[in-house]
Design a protein. Structure first.
Lengths: 283, 260
């Protein structure tokens, strides 16, 4: 694979995109998991699928190739706006926003898929990830999203920490409400950036499984972020390697490696590797 | 006398939903001066938490005015001057993967402003407040591994890291055992000695009598506001009016408490 990395552009693009996804998905996933919003990633990924199928349909309709990643990002951001709005409308039943937006995304996908005359190979890549489908435009888009996410976390870390840890206190401290909105938009962007490698149906796994693993072996929030990224990158590198050699979609292999890491973390936690030798409590 | 550190003028508040409206507060006037330790007491649903939320700007004022350090709440921006410890503090953080230091530093979030990061002086403030509350040894511990009393001290430290002149506490000792409650009030008394103004919402009448120098009794209206000595002398009729059922203060072992 190392030889192919230097020989073929598409392998290079895939590996770099994968490494970016392995960095930003667990990084933003830390806040998603801690805020108990894991299912929001699933809802947004289904809306993104709606956007991708819309892009495919639009391309077939006007006869000009439109990169479905762009329509996917647009739909994902609109889905994020919808979730935030619905969470305000159903203040006491905020989780209702998730099935509403998720079913909307699936319904749109079915609609546009039917209109675009069904399933094609390219769409299979979007669903389960593809090692050969990443082009230079995709890579540029994914890298740009990577920069946005890193800037967001670098400059708004302390606000995000407070909002995640104690939303009531953040309200008292008058922490700007737009940070909530910006966060959901960034989640939507991360989903769009990661889906090329792990696929729409497994993208939320790359955001949550490394964090779930890191939670078993860390004590502080910064450690949690660092370990989540390390686990995410390990999963992407090994997953892509297996995917390349077995010629299968990388989504499944990356997620299976993530699950293996999770098993290992749970076992390590049980035998007491947690910092200071403290007994961890069930999280 | 210097001007009050906070002043409430003609505060009324009504909760409205589709079905009904509920009057939570009516015509509340209250002045609190620097260094006062004021206990806010009253039965459940008497409007204590609503009043706290109005003072903290979480709820929007409907009627009346609130002044903090002489400045109208509508224009008040210096929230680092006000520390807050909520009633949820001792129970909600379980399982969160953060250290005591990270939690306390988060109290600086507003005063640091957007796009800034913690610097050496912030870590100095952290060390100072850890020492003040005798929790230096907990610095790197995970918040979820602390006892109720320790957790509560961490949340007070978070409220104090900005060196606020006002500390607002909403039933902070709910679910904490007697030993840790005593430690908690020892900390509050040390803060009072440093001229921190304390507004404490509590159901613990013994605490009111022992520690607070002023008492405000709320039940939609402000029924009583005076010194703890005046509060001790309140008759059964006045207390019953506040709490809505027969009640009197009974002395035992130099303390007084509420009895039905």
């Amino acid at each position: 694979m190392i030889q192919a990395f230097f020989e073929y552009d598409f392998i290079r693009y895939s590996v770099i995109s994968g490494l970016i996804a392995g960095l930003i998905a667990p990084l933003i996933g830390t806040f998603i998991v801690i805020r108990r919003l894991s299912l929001i990633a699933d809802a947004l990924s289904h809306v993104t699928l709606g956007g991708i199928t819309f892009g495919v349909y639009l391309s077939s309709l006007i006869g000009t190739a439109i990169n479905p990643l762009v329509t996917g990002i647009l739909f994902s951001i609109l889905g994020a706006l919808g979730i935030e709005r619905l969470r305000t409308v159903y203040k006491h039943y905020q989780e209702l926003a998730i099935p509403i937006i998720m079913s909307f995304g699936v319904a749109l996908s079915v609609l546009f898929l039917s209109l675009a005359d069904g399933f094609n190979q390219d769409l299979f890549g979007y669903l389960f990830g593809s090692i050969s489908a990443v082009n230079l435009f995709d890579l540029t888009l994914i890298a740009s999203i990577g920069v946005i996410v890193l800037v967001f976390i670098f400059f708004l870390y302390k606000e995000m920490f407070l909002v995640s840890f104690d939303e009531e206190y953040a309200d008292v401290m008058n922490i700007s409400k737009w940070i909530h909105f910006l966060f959901i938009v960034v989640v939507a962007l991360v989903i769009s950036a990661s889906m090329r490698i792990v696929g729409i149906l497994l993208v939320s796994a790359l955001m949550t499984l490394p964090v779930a693993s890191a939670m078993r072996v860390t004590s502080s929030f910064k450690q949690l972020m660092a370990m989540s990224v390390i686990f995410g990158e390990i999963a992407v590198i090994i997953g892509l390697f297996i995917s390349f050699h077995l010629d299968i979609s990388p989504g499944g292999t990356i997620v299976l490696v993530s699950l293996a890491i999770l098993m290992g973390a749970i076992i390590l936690d049980h035998i007491g590797v947690k910092k200071d030798g403290e007994q961890s409590e069930s999280i | 006398m210097e001007h009050p550190i906070f002043e409430l003028k003609n505060i009324s508040y009504v909760y409205k939903d589709k079905m009904e409206t509920t009057q939570a507060l009516k015509d509340i006037n209250l002045k609190v001066h620097k260094g006062d330790f004021v206990a806010l007491v009253g039965p459940n649903g008497s409007g204590k938490t609503t009043l706290i939320k109005l003072i903290l700007g979480v709820l929007k004022l409907q009627t009346g005015e609130i002044y903090i350090n002489g400045k109208s709440l509508r224009h008040f921006q210096a929230w680092q001057e006000v520390g807050y410890v909520s009633q949820k503090s001792n129970s909600f953080a379980k399982g969160f993967p953060a250290t005591v230091s990270e939690v306390i530093l988060s109290g600086l979030t507003k005063s640091k402003g957007l796009f800034s990061r913690f610097k050496k002086e912030d870590y100095d403030k952290l060390d100072e407040v850890l020492a003040l509350l005798n929790i230096v040894e907990l610095k790197d511990k995970n918040i979820s591994q602390l006892s109720g009393g320790q957790t509560q001290r961490v949340f007070i430290a978070r409220a104090l890291i900005n060196r606020p002149s006002i500390l607002v506490l909403d039933e902070p000792t709910v679910g904490i055992d007697a030993k840790h409650v005593k430690e908690f009030y020892d900390v509050l008394l040390r803060l009072k000695e440093q001229s921190v103004t304390i507004l404490l919402v509590t159901h613990d009448i013994g605490v009111v009598v022992d520690h607070a120098n002023e008492v405000a009794c709320l039940n939609e209206h402000l029924h009583f506001h005076g010194s703890n000595h005046e509060f001790k002398n309140l008759g059964e009729a006045e207390l019953s009016k506040i709490y809505g059922f027969p009640l009197q203060l009974v002395s035992h072992d130099h303390e007084r408490s509420c009895c039905e």
